[in-house]
Design a protein around this ligand. Structure first.
Ligand code: 1CP
Length: 345
């Protein structure tokens, strides 16, 4: 008789099975708050080189799992490898974030969708290496940036607080914008399908800039492209487990969840727990939503808030996480306390 398959509590939660205590991972769990990450980062010439080195990317993916009792590994890469693989110039300035050659409406013809998966082959190699390295009860999370969020960087050339360049591009050049969304939707589907085939258990769609959009723009630029990705991925990977994180979606989380068909909705920390719980069907999973600065400050306020969040989502599948990425100033002992608190130990 073959042994019973090992249960992955986080994957089981994504598939709709609530756990006694929520499984936990941390957005941006590999990164600059870890000295062992900074040591590797200093040795490589550029951030993209790190993303495209399967040995090093696997190593930094595993680093947080060696320190903390997390339930998932997330592929170490970045949402901007898609524009890079499409042929747009992308670089990362230390301490300043990403810089891209801004995309103009007449520049779409220069994007090269055909060979882009070949360019991402090292990232897919990283996925299979992580798969062989992690314990069987750990869930492997793959990801990509959602089309709107990726487009804000492609059009604006950098991060911005209001995404005005991309919002105006969408309004002034609707045809070019629709063409860009089509390219990104198709690229994301192909990329996520290959991540599943390389060993990812779950994928997350990072829509980090779902804020600042009116309801029409939200429906067209956030909901519809994410819906197409979920549908397109599941056409090739039936029932593919997918987490969607529409940061800033606020009052739009219910239509986002209903129309996209994601298994789990990531809740940002500004969204009230009670609001999210009332807005979403009880069978739908949620992920979140501790303010990352509560983790920086640590102590009793953090423990209290963690318990409030767990109690607030007690009636449904829940994955514990921050409500946005961990920040570099975070003390490691606070992460230890966070994980112990979530696990109830
Ligand atoms: O030099 C360095 O070390 C650069 C810092 C860094 C790191 C560690 C960047 C540049 N990206 C990453 C890794 C990363 N990015 C991961 C790795 C896996 C993990 O979670 O451990 C993931 C999932 C991302 C996703 C990502 N990149 C998002 C979505 C999540 C979010 O925080 O909203 C976004 C918006 C980016 C763009 C990006 N890449 C890097 C930075 C500093 C940024 C944000 C820039 C901005 O604020 O506009």
């Amino acid at each position: 008789m073959s042994p019973a398959p090992v249960v992955k509590p986080l994957l089981a939660t994504v598939l709709g099975e609530r756990q006694e205590r929520p499984p936990v991972w941390i957005m941006r769990q590999a990164g600059r708050y870890l000295p062992e990450y900074r040591a590797i980062r200093e040795k490589v010439g550029s951030f993209l080189e790190l993303c495209y080195s399967p040995d090093l990317a696997t190593e930094v993916t595993l680093q947080p799992l060696r320190r903390f009792d997390l339930d998932a590994a997330i592929l170490f890469s970045d949402i901007l490898v898609i524009p890079d693989a499409l042929g747009q110039t992308v670089s990362f300035e230390t301490g300043e974030g990403p810089r891209l050659e801004p995309l103009h409406p007449d520049g779409l013809g220069r994007l090269r969708p055909d060979g882009f998966l070949d360019h991402l082959a090292p990232v897919l190699e990283t996925v299979s290496r992580i798969r062989s390295a992690i314990a069987p009860d750990k869930t492997l999370i793959g990801f990509c940036g959602s089309p709107w969020t990726v487009a804000t960087y492609m059009i604006g050339g950098r991060g911005s607080s209001d995404q005005a360049a991309a919002r105006l591009f969408a309004l002034r050049h609707p045809d070019a914008f629709a063409q860009l969304m089509d390219i990104l939707v198709e690229a994301s589907i192909a990329y996520l399908v290959t991540q599943f085939r390389a060993g990812a258990d779950v994928v997350q769609l990072f829509e980090s800039w779902a804020l600042n959009l009116d309801e029409l723009a939200f429906a067209a630029q956030v909901i519809e492209p994410n819906r197409r990705i979920v549908e397109g991925v599941r056409r090739q990977i039936p029932n593919a487990p997918i987490i969607g994180f529409p940061r800033g979606a606020a009052g739009m989380i219910a239509p986002y969840a209903a129309v996209t068909g994601v298994n789990v909705v990531g809740i940002d920390y500004a969204t009230p727990v009670g609001f999210a719980d009332a807005a979403l069907p009880k069978t739908l999973g949620v992920q979140g939503n501790l303010d990352p600065l509560r983790l920086v400050a640590g102590g009793v306020q953090m423990e209290k808030r963690v318990e409030e969040i767990i109690a607030g989502f007690a009636g449904r599948p829940h994955i514990f996480n921050l409500g946005h990425g961990i920040v570099p100033e975070t003390p490691i002992e606070h992460v230890e306390l966070l994980v112990a608190t979530v696990k109830g130990v």
